[in-house]
Design a protein. Sequence first.
Length: 129
Amino acid sequence: MVANYFLTQVINECSEAENWLRERKQQQDALPKFANPVLLVSDLKKKAETLDRFCKPIMTKPKPAPKPQTPPPQTPPQTETQAQEPQTPEQQQNGAGATGEPASEGGAQEASGEQMDTDKPENSAEASA
């Protein structure tokens, strides 16, 4: 927000200097060759120095350093023994977890029953055995 304000000021000053130069040049072009000049080199130098004094501090000002981002506080992960509820002897025999689901319906057995995708065709494993 503040940077935009300063940039707008610089642009406005440059536009004013450009308009001043354009007007002086038009006045100079309208004069005959033998008349005293309207646009002098000394005037150009003064205008350039004034513009430079105004713009240089703003344009060379370093950008502000980004604010350091603090990571969100991390909670230590709970171990399985802390997270699980005590199991009944039936649950321990069936191998069920803390959710109370029987082991026969668990996702672990379904995952082991599925075959993994491999690059080798199925027939090549049988042929090599």
